[in-house]
Design a protein around this ligand. Structure first.
Ligand SMILES: Cc1ncc(COP(=O)(O)O)c(C=O)c1O
Length: 405
């Protein structure tokens, strides 16, 4: 008989997931209620309201897609994109490639513009591509954790409206720790996850949709035969290719019709609601500032150890820093020793950056001074043992200087 689940204590300082806030874990240990119990539907409605605060939106259609962040992305794209639609994806890291791959699976005619990893686009570059491609949907990642950079979103909403394109943003890694005001920026659809700056486990994907996005999706509503009203007609638009991720049906489940679709993942909903409560209680500006402070302390700390930070720092995400692995050092050995000797997890990188860059996160519950200082202190010891000539106390001192400023 395998033993009960008893994971060792870990400090998760990678690019996410990070340790969940204890308040979220407590909420998730509560007993289940039935799917249509007024308590449950009440929690669902409250979660919608709290998430509007997190996304900074008035959008009525703000709710959860059950599944990891990727389910939110797929739900958005499969519901927005009809086969043959032109979709423009500005790619500046791994997750841009993911948007391309998902849009292609939706049958889209996908066009891309690319930047080398470590850089982002100017709004003018994106506008020129929109003007040329005339896409139905522009799909862009906000914070691409693979490169640790955030694409500035200012102006993109206005550009997309001018060219009558829907603007979809993957804010999985940025929401809660970096400025993202959905309505002010004119973003049509934004999706996220819980496991980064929201301080929860992965498994639930918050989403918000503007009126224009909702209109486009409702024009494709084909409700399942077994639950539709006797006189209900299909919308004229093409049926959405996925049943599970059909946002037209999911909106009817979360909305006043309460039309049965999936069985809402009760425990994940408890967790997501607490994540949102934490952020709304703290205030979104304060949460972003907390991520900026601890992210800066970590970045200055690694610089204080004599290491180089990766990418154009003007566009660095607040919540994760890329660290160039010194020549001759095996990145995975250092990560292994951080974990085995100190119980601290830091991240590797994907694709062209694997073996070249570590990624260290400061987000959600772990955007805290003690987590930053503990990580830097351990990192110094592990690097020294790996033969890197690190200045004694250089990391912790540099971080302290940020906190003292
Ligand atoms: C920007 C971005 N998009 C999408 C994902 C995929 O999220 P998930 O693993 O929750 O499906 C991640 C995960 O790291 C991410 O950072």
């Amino acid at each position: 008989m395998p033993s009960q689940i008893a994971p060792p204590p870990r400090l998760l300082m990678g690019p996410g997931p990070v340790n969940a806030d204890p308040r979220v874990l407590r909420a998730m240990s509560a007993q289940l209620v039935g799917q249509y119990d007024p308590v449950m539907t009440g929690y669902m409605t409250e979660t919608m309201g709290l998430l509007r605060g997190v996304f900074r939106t008035q959008n009525e259609q703000t709710f959860l897609v059950d599944g990891t962040s990727r389910a939110g992305i797929e739900a958005a794209l499969v519901s927005l994109v009809e086969p043959g639609d032109r979709v423009l994806v500005p790619v500046f890291g791994r997750f841009g490639h993911l948007l391309v791959e998902i849009a292609e699976r939706c049958g889209a005619d996908v066009h891309t513009i690319e930047r080398p990893w470590g850089e982002v686009f100017t709004p003018e570059e994106i506008e020129a591509a929109v003007e040329m491609v005339r896409p139905a949907v522009v799909a862009v990642v906000h914070g691409d954790t693979s490169t640790t950079l955030a694409q500035p979103l200012d102006g993109l909403g206005e550009i997309c409206r001018r060219y009558d394109a829907i603007l979809y943003v993957d804010a999985t890694a940025s929401l809660g720790g970096n400025d993202l005001a959905t309505d002010e920026l004119g973003l049509d659809v934004v999706t996220a996850g819980l496991q980064k700056c929201l301080g929860g486990p992965s498994g639930s994907a918050p989403i918000t949709l503007s009126e224009r996005a909702v209109e486009r999706i409702v024009a494709r509503r084909h409700t399942e035969a077994g639950i539709r009203d006797a006189d209900e007609e299909d919308a004229a638009g093409r049926r959405i290719a996925s049943n599970y991720l059909d946002l037209a049906q999911i909106m009817d489940y979360w909305g006043p019709r309460r039309l049965n679709h999936h069985t809402e993942a009760t425990t994940m909903l408890y967790g997501a609601r607490e994540c949102a409560r934490l952020l709304v209680e703290e205030g979104m500006d304060a949460a972003v500032e907390r991520h900026r402070l601890h992210g800066s302390a970590m970045a200055m700390g690694v610089t204080g150890l004599g290491l180089e930070v990766y990418g154009d720092q003007r566009y660095k995400m607040n919540n994760v820093v890329g660290v160039v692995i010194p020549d001759g050092v095996v990145g995975d050995d250092v990560r292994g020793e951080m974990l085995s000797d100190y119980g601290i997890e830091i991240g590797t990188s994907f694709g062209p950056l694997h073996g070249k860059v570590w990624r260290i996160g400061t987000m959600g519950y772990n955007a805290r001074k003690d987590a930053v200082l503990t990580t830097l202190a351990a990192f110094e010891q592990v690097l020294r043992r790996a033969g890197v000539p690190v200045p004694a106390g250089g990391g912790v001192e540099a971080a302290h200087a940020v906190y003292a400023a």
